[in-house]
Design a protein around this ligand. Structure first.
Ligand SMILES: *[C@@H]1O[C@H](CO)[C@@H](O)[C@H](O)[C@H]1NC(C)=O
Ligand SMILES: *[C@@H]1O[C@H](CO)[C@@H](O)[C@H](O)[C@H]1NC(C)=O
Ligand SMILES: *[C@@H]1O[C@H](CO)[C@@H](O)[C@H](O)[C@H]1NC(C)=O
Length: 249
């Protein structure tokens, strides 16, 4: 379930959840959680789950792939067996794969076309100087959905040697981030750029690493990040970055 161009909708619906207090400091929470998960446009891999949770412990769950309840401890198993013996209940759960999950997924399908373009920053791992081996990092973050391409260009030509990229990482808030690293010797007059392609961008976003005047201005704070629009400004800082959101170049 982690293919990069998969579209995943994880719809969790809290049907029933209540807490009651016996003593002031004892709180019990019982949850009945309904989940529909799928990744295919035609909903053919839809999975419907109903989870019974008590104080954060999963007791038993219905799983549409099994077509029945399964228990996870003694009490959960007793419950699962009881639910499974109720023919009408099992039939109802089977129907809910269609009446709840697939019906809702069709209804909410457009929300999965949500697109948030990445913010892109390029920076060096340390004080970058011309002629020295440097690692540049291109960091794309806060984007959705997951599929993204990050590539490096030297004077407009894509390079693949000495490039390492992370997987796109999920932040848990419907956004992803991905980093790519390029190791190279910076040379004066050579333009290094990071190109990001994402469905939230109208066109590929190309951010340029800016030439540095590092040795001249060693006394100036190197931690400051300055915002520059695309261009060829000379920056006195090593921690130079482009901070762009939206379609560009
Ligand atoms: C989803 O989007 C399509 C095309 O953008 C539109 O025709 C359709 O009415 C939308 N469906 C819902 C339920 O909003
Ligand atoms: C990434 O690159 C591949 C191969 O060129 C392309 O098929 C795909 O559409 C690209 N993905 C994005 C999000 O632009
Ligand atoms: C960079 O831009 C952001 C948003 O445009 C702004 O909030 C921030 O203060 C800027 N930082 C600097 C150092 O100018």
């Amino acid at each position: 379930m982690t293919s990069t161009d998969m579209k995943t909708l994880k719809a969790g619906l809290l049907l029933l959840s209540f807490a009651f207090s016996v003593l002031c400091d004892d709180v019990y929470v019982y949850q009945n959680i309904v989940e529909c998960q799928y990744s295919k446009e035609d909903l053919s891999d839809m999975v419907y789950m109903v989870k019974l949770v008590f104080n954060q412990k999963l007791l038993c769950s219905y799983d549409s792939r099994l077509g029945k309840y399964v228990g996870y401890d003694e009490y959960g198993t007793v419950n699962a067996d009881y639910y499974n013996s109720q023919i009408w209940k099992v039939k109802q759960r089977r129907d809910e794969l269609f009446t709840i999950c697939k019906a809702d997924a069709r209804y909410y399908a457009n929300s999965t076309t949500r697109k948030v373009p990445p913010v892109v920053i390029i920076r060096s791992n340390e004080k970058a100087r011309h002629g020295q081996l440097t690692v540049l990092e291109c960091n794309a973050y806060d984007f959705y959905p997951q599929p993204i391409n990050i590539s490096w260009l030297i004077d407009g030509e894509e390079v693949t040697d000495n490039v390492i990229s992370t997987e796109a990482m999920e932040n848990g808030d419907w956004s992803f981030q991905k980093r790519s690293y390029l190791e190279l010797k910076l040379r004066r007059g050579v333009r290094v750029s990071c190109r990001v392609e994402h469905s939230g961008l109208e066109r590929a976003l190309v951010s340029h690493w800016v030439a540095l005047l590092w040795p001249l201005l060693e006394h100036i704070s190197t931690t400051k990040v300055i915002n520059i629009t695309v261009g060829s400004l000379l920056s006195p800082y090593t921690e130079t970055s482009f901070h762009l959101r939206g379609d560009w170049i």
